[in-house]
Design a protein around this ligand. Sequence first.
Ligand code: GLA
Length: 652
Amino acid sequence: MQKKLLIILAVNLWAGALFGQAPDTLWLADLDLSQMEIGWGEPHANRSIEGKTITINGRIFEHGVGTHAVSYYAINLDGEAERFKAMVGVDDDANQQRPSIQFLVHADRRQVFKSPILHFREAAFPVEVDLQGVKLLELMVEDGGDGIGWDHADWADAFILYRGVKPTARVTPKPEPYVLTPSPRPEPRINGARIYGGRPGRPFLYRIPATGERPMKFSASGLPAGLELDGNSGIISGKADAKGTYPVTLTAANRLGAATLLFKIVIGDQIALTPPLGWNSWNCFACAVDDRQVRSAAQALIASGLADHGWSYINIDDCWAIKPGDADPGLGGRERDSQGRIRTNAKFPDMRALTDYIHGLGLKTGIYSSPGPLTCAGYAASYQHEEQDALQFAEWGFDYLKYDWCSYGEIARQPSLEDYQKPYHVMRAALDRADRDIVFSLCQYGMGEVWKWGAEVGGNSWRTTGDIVDSWSSMSGIGFSQAGHEWHAGPGHWNDPDMLVVGYVGWGPNLHPTRLTADEQYTHITLWSLLASPLLIGCDLTRLDAFTLNLLTNDEVLAVNQDPLGVQASRVKQHGGVEVWVKKMEDGSLAVGLFNPNREKSVVSVDWNSLGISGGQTVRDLWRQKDLGVYRDRFSREVPAHGACLVLLRQI
Ligand code: GLA
């Protein structure tokens, strides 16, 4: 440390000698770091991203800023600063994983420094930038081209030598959220999927999602034998024994009129014929989840009106079981009872009562486990109890199982393809013995290119990536890297690029409004809809703000996700930083997403020939639910920074 101070002193003296007066030193860590954009976590002054001593390849630094790719930080200068210096690299707390990061510095929008791509356990790389005459200094950390996983980045010993006005962090005002979806009309409208599958002889539950003034009366013609509709609540339930495709006409009526929908019920071997829509506890409450919150989420799904747009699953994630070895008597204790049945912790006193409550609202509900002995958060899981657990989940009344690899990594240490598949085959067979339709959601972060075999092992969906967080680089990095997976998705089996990070999120107990801007959230929902991804809201539904509710209740956007053809969008253009994705719809129309991942607004255009179409097309803006007119040959739009535009093209 003393050596470092001497060096700084020497630089100051040298500069002082040159200009007659020594410049001042400002450590980067002493600036307002809350203005730093970051891909995961929070930036830390004089600590690594995980709050430890900054260490690069064993070398310890007392000063610096620990951040995470993708990161961006802008600093105002007055043209009289002299120099920026730092040592940069991957922090040792990235812990053997395979991060790769690149540091860039821009001075007045010109690149003046670019590090090589740096990896774990590589020596710190020196940065020295001349700032004479510069007014804006930008410090960036990019992800090295392979996503942001474990990209723990340090600006170690980073400081600015300046003479005039003390440099300050540039404050980027967060743009006000703006609402695009028109409010639902008071006349009845039936929303949600147009097809729904169930297996013969299994409990069937479907709440007709309809907007419009209440009271509303529902009726249905053509229901398979064994199913009944409650005309007041719009809930269809029962058991249908005969396989077949049943065209059903659903009607919703109120004092202002009636709406009908041609709906198909398919009693057969497949469920999840469209991607599941619902809520999951993880991105908001994580391990702070309890029975009360899950009930409140179910209530809120109804009270907010979300359920009237097709949102129907209420899923409990990790942390409902016993946590072996935990000193808290409410969490620790015996994992299983004398008959080997898995036990809940005290936060979930009666699972059956909870699922009954949720089913009573016409909603479905999910649970979580791991094929390993423990879940990711260290709670008891299903290893060597798979069949018993599957039957237990069915007996409790669950309709969805997220099955998360986690500690199975200790069972299969260097997994072959067969090892990756094995635990999912085992649980599939167990679920097949249960007397319920249970959506089987594989969670193993994309290992072994799961999209190629997820359907083969009986998954209804499979996570294709690591965990999402509420940052632009996490969300957009995951979303835009789904190109190429579309060939493996279809009705009953979906790619899952992880849950939504809109609204109040925070991985509990403390929540914060998502850090995504409004435009970033439009990108998120547009992209996930085009990708035909399961949509699981990850926020506290009891604290839904008007913007978030509006974002999640656009029936024309959700119809893209729920289209019965079940095609996942393909990327047809990636040029000049902008992207165009297209999804073929059942009726022959095309849903087209125009995306602008750039930091500045850009014009995004799409040529008909890149879409394989020609001639006049009507173009409808789905977010605004507004026809834009007839276009020939191409369509262009100015799209805000990090924003999206979603249109539907229909041949005239
Ligand atoms: C993993 C999963 C997350 C969540 C947690 C629970 O990280 O990817 O979605 O389920 O486990 O511990």
